[in-house]
Design a protein around this ligand. Structure first.
Ligand code: NAP
Length: 325
């Protein structure tokens, strides 16, 4: 094994958590590499506007992501653009395998792979993805200017994306399966005050239909009366939560029933030296600021872990300066 393939820390995932972990790891003088298969920034890249990240009253998700990435890169962080195919824990070191067959060995690993949009699993959803079915209003909203769309879901994502679409579309319906939104009160207020948005309470989408120009209607079902009807729409935007991207979580790692990894207060899993942060970690709320905070915690904890490991192996390593702040 070439010494250059051995790291103090491998960070898997380049969202706010992974990038923040990288900043703290570089400041702790750890030999660090961050592996990301797509673009850095994570889910926030797809947010139209972010208004609750400390220090920014109003910023686009794309700009915030760019700033996170630039900040991490200012420390000359090594980044690899590859898919990770496996994370194999070991007693002496952990092994991270990449799609191009490269193998990285590391004392510590931070897993920051986040989550992916949940699917409705109704007829037409998969078939008409990209032809009227979307999971990102910021990406696809432009194509629905002056048209009618339905947003599915009642959480913060559905609310934010509906408000974004209401600026572009002729009409936005929100189909929510209950009679109360889960979204934060401030977003609820904005929705109720937006005359371009109509709530479809106690309503689920049962099927998505399309003609030659793409989606043209959805089947709806009232969850209280079981009454069914059709609604003419040109687009269906689905925001019903997300599934954790836990494919790389090693067997034997403690997870909850939703597939989120359970860690201790240092974000460390039950495998020493393997940390899980951000949306993949079980927590009360999933917010950008919390992912960043997890990244800080895990990197500082990993620095101590790596130092102890190296001491045992007769090497030396700098301890993080940032714990003294
Ligand atoms: P979420 O909070 O889990 O909300 C999912 C919504 O979809 C819920 O209203 C849920 O209904 C509904 N739903 C779930 N499965 C469904 C199904 N099969 N059919 C129909 N409806 C279904 O997900 P999210 O909105 O994506 O937010 C995820 C996390 O990110 C949350 O913690 C949220 O606060 C956070 N977030 C924050 C911001 C922000 O602060 N700016 C923005 C976006 C997201 P029920 O209510 O009946 O369960």
């Amino acid at each position: 094994m070439a010494q250059s393939d051995f790291y103090d820390l491998v960070i898997i995932g380049g969202g706010p958590g992974g990038l923040c972990a990288a900043i703290y790891a570089m400041r702790a003088a750890m030999k660090t590499v961050l592996v990301e298969k797509g673009v850095t920034g994570g889910q926030v890249t797809m947010s139209d506007e972010v208004e609750n990240y400390l220090g920014f009253t109003h910023v686009s998700g794309a700009e915030l992501s760019m700033r996170f990435t630039q900040h991490a890169q200012s420390y000359d962080l090594e980044m690899i653009s590859q898919e990770v195919t496996a994370l194999d824990p070991g007693l002496d070191y952990h092994t991270v395998k990449l799609a191009d067959a490269a193998v990285l060995k590391s004392h510590a690993v931070i897993l920051a792979t986040g989550g992916s949009p949940k699917k409705l699993n109704v007829p037409g959803e998969r078939e008409f993805y990209g032809k009227g079915v979307s999971y990102c209003a910021t990406c696809d909203g432009f194509f629905f200017r002056g048209k009618t769309v339905v947003v599915v879901g009642g959480g913060d994502s559905a609310a934010e994306e509906a408000l974004y679409l209401a600026k572009l579309c002729k009409k936005v319906y929100i189909a929510h399966r209950r009679d109360q939104l889960r979204a934060s009160k401030i977003l609820q207020q904005r929705i109720f005050n937006d005359c371009n948005i109509e709530m479809l309470w106690n309503t689920v989408v049962t099927e998505i239909k399309a003609g030659s120009d793409g989606v043209d209607r959805v089947g709806l079902k009232d969850t209280v009366t079981a009454k069914r009807r059709q609604l003419e729409v040109n687009g269906v935007f689905i925001f019903i939560g997300f599934n954790p991207n836990n494919e790389l979580v090693p067997a034997g790692t403690r997870m909850n029933a939703d597939g989120m990894v359970m860690t201790d207060h240092k974000c460390e899993t039950n495998t020493p030296g393997i940390y899980v942060i951000g949306d993949l970690r079980e927590k009360f709320a999933r917010q950008i600021v919390l992912s960043a905070a997890d990244g800080c915690t895990a990197a500082l904890a990993a620095a101590y872990y790596v130092d102890a490991k190296k001491s045992m192996q007769g090497e030396t390593c700098a301890l993080p300066m940032d714990t003294a702040e």
